[in-house]
Structures are given as structure tokens and as C-alpha cells.
Design a protein around this ligand. Sequence first.
Ligand code: PBG
Length: 334
Amino acid sequence: MQWAGSRRRPRRLRATPATRGLVRETRLDPGQLILPVFVREGLSAPRPITSMPGVVQHTLDTLADTAAEVVTAGLGGIMLFGVPETRDATGTGADDPEGILNVALSRVRGVVGDDTLVMADLCLDEFTDHGHCGVLSTDSGGRTVVDNDATLQRYAAIAVAQARAGAHVVGPSGMMDGQIGVIRDALDAAGYTDVVILAYSAKYASGFYGPFREAVGSTLTGDRATYQQDPGNIVESLREVELDVEQGADIVMVKPALPYLDVIRAVRERVDVPVCAYQVSGEYAQIEAAAANGWIDRDRVALETLTSIRRAGATSILTYYALHVAGLLRDGPR
Ligand code: PBG
């Protein structure tokens, strides 16, 4: 039977894997994926993170093994988060060369050389006893606040310590105003002009970070709403990325990813630097929980979410599935 317009049949291009493969607009490549990892001081064996099945807090030795796997899998990078044994008000462990994150950075850099990018989360929250991303002070009304400008001085010192330890890339995630400029200046003044700044530019105050708090043993009470963004806003994200690009961000990031695909798209259209997105702990935990119940197919959904994040405009993606998905891309889904 013929019908009006029947010469145009989009299904023709969906007929076989070969036709679908030919016309697929968005593909995933392991080189676009970055694996976030946790390394905990004083551990003798890796410790599972219950809210993130399959993800562990590493020892230095198991971290080194994982870094080697990252290279073999052809991933774009490995992002390190440190979990120290002791914490204090100003997070001195973060810029101490003997601090867990800096020790881990040099260990990992020694393993991978320049074969993948060694990245460091640049923040204070894992290192402060109060769990905030900055140092605290008391404002004129007597309230305890996160002190923006005092925090910048700490970030500058941490950036230099991380570069010295071997980071190719620093990832400032604390959402303080002016952080990118201060960090760029500090790196340049110390001679680290080639160290890349991956700016967590549009970072929302999100419930999706829940499992991460377990992963880093966070001590935070309260929330981060005075520095992370309100989930209702998108124009604010454009302002944040523009400020970061002006201050020298090499790559900007949107975080979380899947609930904020519109933000990824808007940012992609606004800036002329690469856009990264972070598929965060709660996004991972959702997929894992549903898959464990047999409600969804883990591999399929992992690939679909990452493809969607790329389709929205992300150049690269931080994901706890990075190694797993690299395997799927290589060997095909199980
Ligand atoms: C802060 C930081 C957080 C995450 C990455 N960097 C937590 C927060 O802002 O509360 C969350 C990552 C995730 O949930 O996977 N240094």
C-alpha cells in the first residue's frame, strides 16, 4: 500500500546494525572518559563503598594497579580524591606534600607517565574537620560562613602542591568566586604554566552527591547551598562558565550530568573551550540499585546515559563506569 509521503522511510536506516552504525551521530570512545578514584590513608586493603557497589576506597598499591588499568583501557584520565586520616580547620593535609592525595598523585604519575592524564580534585572538603569546601570565619552578624577570599589562598597553595606532586590537571571543585584566576596565577608563578585547569564551573547543590559523602567519609553537617548552585537555575551557569573562561579555565564542567543535560547543551553553545560533565555518585548508585533488582540492564543503561551526556554536548565525561564501559566498547556488551 502506498500512502502520502511513503517514499520517505526513516526506518530504512534502522534496518541492520550496519546501517545503524553508519548513521549513528554520537559515539563513545574510552579516550573521552575519566575515572574518578578514592584513595584512603592508612588502609591495608581496599574498602568497599556500600552505596556505590563496585567502587572502593583504594590503598596506594591498589590505586597504582588501577592507574595501570586506566592506561591499558585507553581512558582519557584518572581523577584522584584523597581521604585523609586526620582533618583540621584549614585542611592542611591538602597542600602537605606528605598528604595522602599528593603522595597518591606522585605514585600514580610514576605509574602512568604521560600515557593518561593524572587529575587532582582541588578542594578542601575532604581535608577539613567541618567538611566544608572552604575555611570558615564569622561574619559581621556573628554567623559562621565559608570565607571566600581566605579559601582562595588555600586553593593557590594546594594547586602548586598538586602540580609539584605530578598532576597534569587540577580540578577546582569548591565553587569559590575567583578561584580559577587565583589558581592560574599561582601555577604560573611556580612555573607550572602547562598544568591544565578543569574547572567545576556549573556545580549544583545536588542530592545526587549522597554516596560520595560516604566515599570520602564526609563530616559535613548542613549543606553547600551558599556556594553551589540552585538546581532551578541555568542562566547562572552561563555566568559561571564565562567567569571561569575569562580567568583561564582550559575546560569547564557541568555537574551532575544526566539531570542537567539542558545545562550541558547551553554551556556547549556558549563557550569555545571543551565541556566536561560529571556523572556523579548518585547517578551511578541509581543505575546500580535498579540493576541489582533486575529492573534495568546495567550495561545498556550505562552506555545510554553516557551517550546522552555526549549527545547533549559534553566532550568528556567523568564516570565511575569508565573502566567498565571501556571494556564494553572493546568487547561488546555481555
Ligand atoms: C567536592 C566534591 C564533591 C563531589 C566531587 N567533588 C562533593 C560535593 O560537592 O558535595 C561529588 C562527586 C560525586 O558525587 O560523585 N570536593
